[in-house]
Each structure stands twice: as structure tokens, then as C-alpha cells.
Design a protein around this ligand. Structure first.
Ligand SMILES: [Zn+2]
Length: 448
């Protein structure tokens, strides 16, 4: 049992904030007591439930509760990342489910959704069971998507009903686009019946010559064709139309262009609240200039784009067009990223810097309130993926984090196996001090 005292609680789902003491029992929050209201509540309770009250006080006094003093810290729901690659099975030299979960816990995440582009890919019940079994042995909640199409070949749908029953939280061929429209339509129709979100990596290869670098200043710098914005917004437009027709909940993953943000906004304003989008910290922080400065450590799909795109993503996060911040945590080995720009794999790690980039780049610069930032990292993703997570309430999951919002730290010393990121050495705000998942400390400052 844990008692978190003196912290400033912020819960985006209820909108509640203030100084509260939070009692954890087992894997649940048992009580949340406002410090001002504490005395009154105790008096009221003494009439109703004298026995239980006396017992609890005794427990508290006897020190049965492990007391955590959160003075000066924000107490928030454990963060949710709906887009991570833990590379297991198949590529565990890059990351595995254990190290990925450690990186998540260090970054303040208590729930993650794995992508399914492993080897073999998660297109069958056995691989899903293996992944979930390994996830259950970590200190956080590891859930997983499964593929939309068998082997991510874009030709034949997976047994969606069977895999949903086996515990898949959503469907995605993330890493590659699905080109056949009829197949996408059928997948949406079935996902709609199953009440599962279907997520799309929107990059039409017919426009792309060498992916991972924006077509424009960055591609000219390297003398490669690069990836133009059309690759994203044309395919996004197709899938948003299909979502309107089918009513399926769709997630436009790692949105990178101002045009795609506007398409999502217009759909939602027209009443299609089943159209969702996620943005990464690197897309709201960096532009294609970073691809020139940092080379392969700023190469990702879709690529970093222009300042107008970055600002459109920030405005999308402000007005709720973009409901989720997701990292697209994509670990790679150092020797892979050391290859020439056209041959190195795309993607960067993100779990350990996501919250701090949000605080530093969005909150401190006045783009987003702290409550809205937390909403896009907790209640937003929970809503889109139907997860019982991302909120603080009595009876709810005992998943919480303690944030030193104005503290500073220097990025590095990763819990992830990988270190492919342009943010190494950056000074950021808002270190996570403790991550508690299911009532147990999953990570705390000082842990390796
Ligand atoms: Zn992707």
C-alpha cells in the first residue's frame, strides 16, 4: 500500500486538479483526499462508516502505507503511448519487450501499445500470445496491435475477429501503407463491428524516392529524391473518406503535414468523431533542418517537414484535432544508423524524452497547458483505443507518475537498448521522478 502525499494532482479526464493525497491499495486507487477538504470528509465518514475508518487510520498510523512525499511535484496518471516498436520477436538486438518497457517506465509511461511489424509479424494468435505473455512479465501494461493484413503484404486480411478475441487492442500494418482500397474498406467494416481502432501509416510509395527525408531543402542537401507531402495527405484523404463511409475508428499515425492535419480537422468538424490522429514529439519539435544537422538520427517515416507543418501539428494539438501524442519509439542499432543516409533505417527512440519535449516545447512555450499536454498523453489515447487507463479516480488503476515540471535534466543514459535520437545532450524540462504501475514502483530516479 502506498500513500502519495502533498503532490499537486492533475487528472485530465475529470479536469480535477489541486493538492490531494492519494491512497493506493493493491493495483487500485482506494482514496483521493483533497487536503483542504480532508477534515470535512473525515467527519462525514465517521458517521457513515466508523469501523472501516478506524481501521484505515490504524493502518496509516502503523506505517502500513509506504508514504511518498510528492511536495513540489505534479501527480499525473501514468502516460499512454499507443505507438511503440519493441522489436520482439525478431529484432531483439535493437530492443526487446523488457528493455522497451524499462524505457517506457523511465519516461513515465505505464501503458504502451506495440506495433506489429516484428519478425514474424503479429498477424496470428500464437505470436500475439507470445508478445502479450512477455509483456505481462514487465513492470508496466504492455498491450499490442495486430496486423491488418497477413504478413503485412497488403493482400489478405488477418482473422480479425479471432485476434480481437485473443486480446489485440487494435489493427495496424504500421511501417507500410495498405494500398488496396477495397481491402482497407473491408478491414474498416470488420474493425467497426469489433469496436477496435484501425491505425494507418500513410505514405504512398508512388510519390517517394528514398524515404525518411523530406522532399525539399533536406532532400536537396543530400541529393536524394526524398518523400513529398503528397505521399501522406493523399492516402490520408482516402482513408478519412473510407472512415466516413464505414464509421470505423481510424488513427492517422504520426501525422506530419499541414494538409493531413486539416483533413482530420474538417472531418471531425463535420461530425466524424471516429477520425483520429496522433503526432510525435519529433514532428512538433523539429523540421527538416534537423535531418541536415543530425543525419540518420533525424531520419524517420514520415520525415520531419517544414516549419508550417510543425506549427500546424501544434495547432492541431491545441484544438484537439490531434487527440494523441505518440512516440513511434523506433530503436535501431548504432551500426545500422551509421550507414549512409539512404541506407540507414528510419526511426528514432522516443519514450524517454516524450513528456519532457512536451513540457519544454509545448507547455513552456505557451502552446499548450500542462493539463492539455497530459490529456493528449493519457485520456486522449485511452479514449481512442478503449483502454481502462490514463485517469486518476477512486477504484481506478493505480498507475501514476510524479513529475518535476520545472526541473531540468540532460538527455542521455538510456534505459532503451538503443540511442538513435537527435535529442541526446539536449537540456529539457520536466523529469519524471517516479513511475508507479499497478500500485508498484516501476521506475524511480536513481534506477539504472
Ligand atoms: Zn509508422
Amino acid at each position: 500500500m502506498i500513500l502519495i502525499k502533498n503532490g499537486y494532482m492533475m487528472d485530465p479526464r475529470s479536469g480535477k486538479e489541486g493538492f490531494y493525497d492519494i491512497f493506493l491499495e493493491g493495483d487500485r486507487i482506494s482514496r483521493i483526499v483533497g487536503q483542504g477538504a480532508q477534515k470535512a470528509a473525515e467527519q462525514e465518514e465517521s458517521y457513515e462508516n466508523k469501523g472501516a475508518k478506524a481501521k484505515e487510520e490504524t493502518a496509516g498510523d502503523a506505517g502500513t502505507y509506504q508514504v511518498i512525499d510528492a511536495s513540489g511535484l505534479i501527480v499525473a496518471p501514468g502516460l499512454i503511448d499507443v505507438h511503440v516498436h519493441f522489436r520482439e520477436p525478431g529484432f531483439t538486438y535493437k530492443e526487446d519487450i523488457q528493455t522497451g518497457a524499462k524505457a517506457a517506465a523511465k519516461g513515465g509511461f505505464t501503458t504502451v501499445v506495440l506495433m506489429a511489424n516484428t519478425k514474424p509479424s503479429v498477424d496470428n494468435a500464437d505470436t500475439l500470445a507470445e508478445v502479450l505473455e512477455k509483456g505481462s512479465k514487465t513492470d508496466i501494461h504492455v498491450t499490442s496491435c495486430v496486423n491488418v493484413t497477413k504478413g503485412m503484404q497488403g493482400k489478405e486480411l488477418v482473422p480479425m475477429e479471432e485476434l480481437a478475441a485473443a486480446g489485440a487492442v487494435g489493427f495496424t500494418d504500421d511501417g507500410v501503407p495498405i494500398l488496396q482500397e477495397a481491402l482497407v474498406r473491408e478491414a474498416m467494416e470488420r474493425a467497426k463491428v469489433l469496436k477496435k481502432t484501425i491505425s494507418f501509416h500513410e505514405e504512398d510509395p508512388k510519390y517517394i524516392e528514398n524515404n525518411g527525408i523530406n522532399r525539399g531543402k533536406a532532400s536537396e542537401h543530400y541529393g536524394i529524391g526524398g518523400s513529398p507531402r503528397e505521399a501522406e495527405y493523399t492516402l490520408s484523404a482516402r482513408d478519412i473518406e473510407l472512415a466516413k463511409e464505414t464509421g470505423a475508428d481510424i488513427d492517422i499515425q504520426h501525422i506530419s503535414t499541414k494538409e493531413a492535419v486539416e483533413l482530420v480537422r474538417q472531418a471531425r468538424q463535420a461530425g466524424f468523431q471516429n477520425v483520429h490522429a496522433e503526432a510525435t514529439p519529433h514532428h512538433f519539435t523539429l523540421t527538416e533542418e534537423a535531418a541536415i544537422q543530425y543525419g540518420t538520427n533525424a531520419k524517420m517515416n514520415p520525415p520531419l517537414r517544414e516549419e508550417a507543418d510543425r506549427m500546424a501539428i501544434i495547432r492541431g494539438l491545441q484544438d484537439g484535432t490531434i487527440e494523441m501524442i505518440a512516440t513511434d519509439h523506433a530503436p535501431h542499432a548504432a551500426e545500422e544508423k551509421a550507414r549512409p543516409i539512404t541506407q540507414a533505417p528510419s526511426g528514432i527512440i522516443g519514450l524517454e524524452t516524450s513528456l519532457s519535449l512536451g513540457i519544454t516545447e509545448l507547455v513552456d512555450k505557451g502552446h499548450l497547458t500542462m493539463m492539455d499536454l497530459l490529456e493528449r498523453m493519457t485520456a486522449g489515447p485511452a479514449r481512442v483505443y478503449g483502454l481502462d487507463a490514463g485517469y486518476l479516480a477512486e477504484g481506478g488503476p493505480a498507475d501514476l507518475i510524479l513529475i518535476d515540471k520545472d526541473g531540468e535534466w540532460t538527455v542521455g543514459n538510456y534505459a532503451s537498448k538503443a540511442s538513435n535520437t537527435p535529442f541526446t545532450g539536449w537540456k529539457l524540462k520536466g523529469p519524471v521522478k517516479k513511475t508507479i504501475c499497478s500500485g508498484k514502483i516501476a521506475w524511480q530516479e536513481g534506477d539504472a
